[in-house]
Design a protein around this ligand. Sequence first.
Ligand code: M6R
Length: 603
Amino acid sequence: MCGIVGVVGKPAREVVLNGLKNLEYRGYDSAGIYLNDLQGHEYLTKAVGRIANLEEKLAPEEEGTTGIGHTRWATHGHPTVENAHPQYSEDGRFYLVHNGVIENYLELKEKYLAGAHFKSETDTEVVVQLVAKLAKEENLDAFSAFKQALKLVKGSYAFLLVDNTKPDHIYIAKNKSPMMLGLGDGFNIIASDAISVLDQTKTFIALNDGDCADVTKDSIEIQDCDGNKAEREAKVLDIDPNAASKGTYEFYMLKEIDEQPAVMRRLSTDYLDEAGKPVVDEKIIDAVSQADRIYIFAAGTSYHAGLVGKEIFEKFTGIPTEVGYASEAGYHFPMMSKHPFFIFLTQSGETADSRVVLTEANKRGIPSLTMTNVEGSTLSREATYTMLLNAGPEIAVASTKAYTAQVALQAILAKAVGEKLGDQAAKDWNLKQGLSLAAEGIQEIVDGKEKIEELAKKYLIPSRNAFYIGRGIDHAVSLESALKLKEVSYIQTEGFAAAELKHGTISLIEDGTPVIALINDPVTADLTRGNIQEVASRGANVITIVGKQFAKEGDNIVLPEIDYYLSALLSVVPTQLLAYFASKNKGLDVDKPRNLAKSVTVE
Ligand code: M6R
């Protein structure tokens, strides 16, 4: 979603622009930068569309040793230059960039800013005008006025504020939106995601909700809104900056699909010992073992990984498991069992919808685990426990390797808990071998990608809509596969429990409608074949993705044989490739589909 980069103490233009470019993958529709050279010159430039448009507008002399920049994903108001950030106060003194949503901005506008003139439709402008008003009317310095304003503001925010009467400072505030403070030698840098400024520093302070900070090139003072000082620990992040580069790939999405064998091997090495025993924090195993019900909460692709996880947890731990959309559970909290345990699946660790549920769980004292790809992310910090996906940075908006990592990591945890509970199936489960087969199997699939590209070109690209069908875990995968195809190719696609089509949706099948059938469930393989007949006889172009043990002549994609409970690790991969090739061959921006953001930090 929106991205923020700010720097104080060194030439800021390139640092801010490069940082914003590194955040491009998160999705945005306008960008802006404010620079101040501390010699009385300041520059504000904003543009709609890509950062390249912003760069084109920047004059050569526009430079400064204080700079704040922003990529905006429109919420309040259209993507226009006026609505792009930085927003500034009517008196021209304060400049503000903002990630998040101010819930009471209309109320603030009416109550405190009745006579003010607004240039934009944004909630952010209300805050910067409020700071200016408080500074003027109450004769406050910038930091005090900012903190005073924050006491009135309700909502989520990561703010960077510059006061042009004291431009060697950047003031920061954070609530519910991520904000990292990077420590440099003679400069400091602030970013909504550390990955964007790893070329500048690897040492970061993660700010907590409620933190405000006054940052200069060689000082950092962290306080709450009431001025109480706070100490926050700096950590050196162990992230390889090259892991986030595209290398020779045209798109990140394909790179990340191709990385999945390595991700499977890494998870196996990191979480299973030589003998295949899970290496999982005993506290986590104990906490889950004591639960009478597991609740998995997530959004989008992570939710779909949770649906597979449910099957795995129930099979190998015997603990009933429910999966819920975080966005629904936050405000319609499910009825709880006596000893619930919550698992949050989130690639980014920042999804606002999931965080609402976690906050409520914390209030109720429910133990929780976040499975995330981002160390130090908000959901990881706030849950009782964390397990890292170790999939490496995922940059493409469409999640691929994080999904397979989530499935594999849930399997590892299920085995660990099942063994603890004495479950024989868990004890007998050779997961080490399973993950090794998954790695080899994925490799085989990605090595044969040309055939999948042909299928995408022949059947998907000419069509406006498509269906995925499957039963059991295949149903869960069909939902994920449909999401993947629609999000990157814009072909309207739905995933269905195979037998459900005939209860209504089959009316949509006409000549040439692509129906992609997944067959990996031993119990229902033959039944799904019957469902294929039903759509084929009504004109559908059927593509089959079938485990080797169930394959028949004429099947399109035959997957290497693997345990049913790990079948999602293989069956999802051709569907990721179908989505990728449909998008690429339609000439679309595969990594940055329209209207989408990588990390969804608003509810
Ligand atoms: O970071 P998270 O896993 O919490 O994100 C959840 C969804 O926003 C995400 O999976 C989204 O559905 C993907 N872009 C789909 O590819």
